[in-house]
Design a protein around this ligand. Sequence first.
Ligand code: FES
Length: 239
Amino acid sequence: MVKLTINGQKVQAEEGTTILEAARENNIYIPSLCHHEEVTPYGACRLCLVEVTKNGRERLVASCLYEVAEGLKVKTDSERIATNRKMLMELLLARCPNNKAVQDLAHKLGVEKTSFKLDDDDCMLCALCIRVCQEVVGVSAISLVNRGVDRALATPFFEPSSVCIGCGSCAYVCPVDAIRFEDIGDTRHIYWPDNDMEFKLKKCKTCSRYWAPQAQLDYIIKKAGLAPDAFDNCPDCRD
Ligand code: FES
């Protein structure tokens, strides 16, 4: 175990954990948007900034990437942090001014308006959906494409992905609801910010309801080595 202080409070954390994880274990709030415990941290939003003092030197770091160390002193709410976090939040608000989740977090951090030029995006390019698709689902259906102001989240070449299974994990995990999906009749529609796709849904043999994308079920059957008829019935009609 490693001993450190956060806001003057002595805490212990497992070696290899990040400051963000150690803070959460001790009920110390650090704002974050792009962090998820199931996937590799990426450091995109920078809202999790904290101030660390090591060997007498103070600096700002992203707490979701920075690992705890013996004797480390961490501040989560200094004036320097507040100024930097406010500017980051203003930038985010300028990119996604109409996004409810971004507006709510801005409000929580005391930011009501932005001094930066307004855009009209929903996606904040945190890549959480990409990491979940790759690392949890095991598919790489989406990625960040283009550079600079044209940077966007999309399937390769904005074409329908040949590997997407329509599971909707990207939508579930998006911290700002920039990705949506809906099931209409026998079809699932997934809407990414810059393109969308459709997937046929499997019909339950017993109750006849359409209940999951066929491509997702085929993927699970193959990966888990299940019988081809393993998902003929929906969860409600299974024994
Ligand atoms: S949560 Fe650390 S950079 Fe986004």
